[in-house]
Design a protein around this ligand. Sequence first.
Ligand code: BG6
Length: 475
Amino acid sequence: MALKDGFLWGGAVAAHQLEGGYDQGGKGLSTMDVTTSGDQTHKRRFTREILPGENYPNHEAIDFYHRYEDDIALMAEMGFKCFRTSIAWSRIFPNGDEAEPNEEGLRFYDRLFDCCLEHGIQPVVTLSHFEIPLHLVNEYGGWRDRRLIGFFVRFATVCFERYRDKVTYWMTFNEINNQANYMEDYALLADSGIVAEPGEDRERTMFQAAHYELVASAAAIEAGRKINPAFRLGCMIAMCPVYPLTCKPEDILMAHKAMERRYYYADVHVNGVYPANTLALWRRRGFDLDVTDEDLAQLARGCVDYIGFSYYMSFAIEHKQGNVHYDYREDTDLVPNPNLKRSDWGWAIDPIGLRYALNWFTDKYALPLFIVENGFGAYDKVEADGSIHDPYRVDYLRAHIEQMKLAVDEDGVDLMGYTPWGCIDLVSAGTGQMDKRYGFIYVDKNDAGEGALERSRKDSFAWYQRVIASNGEEL
Ligand code: BG6
């Protein structure tokens, strides 16, 4: 079996989805502190300020801010080699544009990373995971504004210097390519802190914002390399392979074009230049974006060392008559794949798609890969004796790990690690729910915010413990 020694088994979370303590330790408000809960049928709403009578699930989340020591101990019990989390930008720079960081915020992550290291767990850190300081949205319009590049690089540099000897693995922007779905309000808000105006050309807005983020990522990576040459600096891509619905040539080309649109961000992160397909699209659209020669030079100086990616599902697409340019609209063009079952939230379950994704990334970029999210959101039932039987979660993860091993063994993929999403139950990013659960560790709190926040081990806890102990042999 080919998983290397030192393979990074672990789990993944993000600050705003589990920390709580939204107003503690000098923290400023972030975009997610003013985003309401939702559910399968109601979207989360961004309210710009805290409004009375609204439910903001991230305010308390699972109170990891106060309970991290016990939670990390549980992860150590499972045998984690690494723990992926993010740093809440608004803990370090409460408004985002200050000259000096908030020492109390920095101290929180010192304590958290020290706790991980004491348990032999490597922190894996995302700098920007779906939230930015609210002030940067209300005063600057989020990543519409070039000045955010400087603010982000200052934040990244402070983190790199402070945690120089505690953190080796970094990623800049979580799922930077989610905003390929630019008609979805939440995607623009989460990736770019942008609230679109009625009638605005959202596609143009997205390309401009993503450009500033890509430049900021490259500048941060360049700075990080100088601070510690041993850092491993990566990007983070949401990988949902887009399959053609049929083998009609039109569908094949449509799927190819959709992949170009969803993954040009990775091209820039890895190669340091825009691919020709993206430049051609900008020309055809007449987009005269703010892209300077210095930006292009910066992109080339900040290429990533590895590709971190999430994998939950695959998509399918067919070409629609009249779409002469094979333009991709993620909100309207995807179709159900009749070969796949779906989760309760409609996410297509496709383990082979993970092997396909690992091959696709490897063939295209030839870089080490890190699966930094994968998982199954499901309702769990607590039995009278407190036990939680979650075979559906084990089935999903087992099937994906099997495909991951085949990609390493049979296809030669260079894989650094695997961190399933939401290793402890947390607030769903997409819906704001607690009851969409991913964890091996159950947290006693429901969508209405009720519960004592107590932690307990699901059946999948012992299963994952065995998987790690056997380096993926016992599934
Ligand atoms: C990824 C995000 O999109 O998927 C996470 O990086 C998110 O933040 C995860 O939680 C699962 O999505 P959801 O909507 O089920 O929480």
